[in-house]
Design a protein around this ligand. Structure first.
Ligand SMILES: O=C(O)CCC(=O)N[C@@H](CCC(=O)O)C(=O)O
Ligand code: ZN
Length: 341
């Protein structure tokens, strides 16, 4: 698309971090490429397959590997190297934070969905962005009924992890877990699944809860600056996304339950005050295990201990805002056939 405004959509978006007027172009195969806003681009094939796919990245601005991955996929589609056979919405989430190389500018975008952006008096650009992203996802999924709705919200984690790639399966309100989605994740190199224990204000929960989408927060590795990610570490996910986008009849290999490691959230540690501190070192990796009774964190009078025989810590971060999740404690569970559909 030489000479088009789509030649470098990410650069165009980063140059207009909070707003970009919509425009539209066509691809030689008849697909319509619609820019809905900065970082938001929808591709509608002339004859779409039966999947409506949202791929989001950069909801946290410094999580660059997923941004680079989505940019490669988008460019492959725009250049004609990858045929787009499904309706597809790419979202590059927090462009201002990307420009600054930080997770968030004023507030964590991934705590502002499912209407949280409108709660309380506070107003800022991230709240406005969450509001608009909800509207775009709504527009995308509500454009038709009957298609399989998918949303992979791609992230990388602040800390190293004992299990490098893992996905958070948003709370399903008791509905069974999707065997095919677990197969997709597992064959994409994401072999560890964390089952959420309740509703949240994350992007993936929004799509799952509001539209019945198969939606996941997918952690693909550790946060690195732009240009320092090793694309080979994400090759399995990239290849499977190419299959999903380009081959309407493609299905992931059948799931072998023995290949999946599953945890459930057993405690959520919420920071109450600036006195909050963990009782373990800053270098502790995600999924590090602690034994029953171990003291995990303190906040003034309040203490958190391991309650089960063994619990592992995920996303410990004492630097979050007051009232926010400072860590999840998880314990291993066995996924049995009756929990799956
Ligand atoms: O490494 C960390 O501490 C955070 C990585 C990250 O951004 N994780 C997501 C998980 C969202 C979910 O629970 O579905 C987040 O904290 O927003
Ligand atoms: Zn993130």
């Amino acid at each position: 698309m030489n000479g088009s405004r789509l030649d470098d959509f990410l650069a165009l978006s980063r140059a207009n971090p909070w707003e970009l007027a919509p425009f539209q172009e066509s691809l030689p195969d008849g697909s319509q490429v619609q820019v809905w806003d900065t970082g938001v681009i929808c591709i509608e094939p002339a004859v779409p397959g039966n999947r409506d796919l949202v791929l989001s990245c950069g909801i946290h601005g410094n999580e660059t590997a997923p941004i680079e991955l989505c940019e490669r996929l988008l460019n492959a589609i725009l250049s004609g190297r990858l045929p787009c056979r499904q309706r597809l919405l790419f979202i590059f989430g927090n462009l201002a934070a990307m420009n600054l190389g930080v997770r968030e500018v004023e507030e964590n975008l991934n705590r502002l969905f499912s209407g949280a952006h409108a709660r309380g008096e506070r107003r800022n650009n991230e709240r406005e962005r969450a509001d608009r992203l909800e509207q775009y996802v709504t527009r995308f999924f509500q454009a038709r009924d009957g298609a399989e709705r998918l949303h992979y919200d791609l992230h990388t984690a602040i800390r190293p992890s004992a299990h490098e790639k893992f996905a958070i399966y948003p709370f399903t309100h008791g509905a069974p877990y999707s065997r095919r989605q677990l197969a997709f994740l597992c064959s994409s190199g994401v072999d560890t699944i964390l089952l959420a224990h309740g509703p949240t204000t994350t992007f993936s929960y929004f799509s799952a809860q509001s539209f019945g989408a198969h939606a996941f927060t997918v952690e693909l590795g550790k946060v690195m600056p732009f240009g320092q990610n090793d694309a080979r570490r994400f090759a399995a996910m990239e290849r499977n996304l190419e299959h999903l986008i380009g081959e309407p009849a493609w299905r992931p290999p059948v799931l072998d339950l023995d290949q999946v490691r599953v945890f459930r959230v057993c405690q959520e540690i919420i920071k109450q005050s600036e006195q909050f501190c963990f009782q373990f070192s800053d270098s502790v990796a995600n999924f590090s295990a602690f034994s029953a009774g171990a003291l995990l964190a303190e906040d003034g009078e309040q203490q958190w201990h391991v309650r089960e025989s063994e619990e592992a810590v995920v996303f410990p971060n004492a630097g979050v805002a007051k009232g926010q999740r400072a860590a999840l404690m998880v314990s291993a569970v066995e996924l049995t056939a009756d929990m799956l559909e």
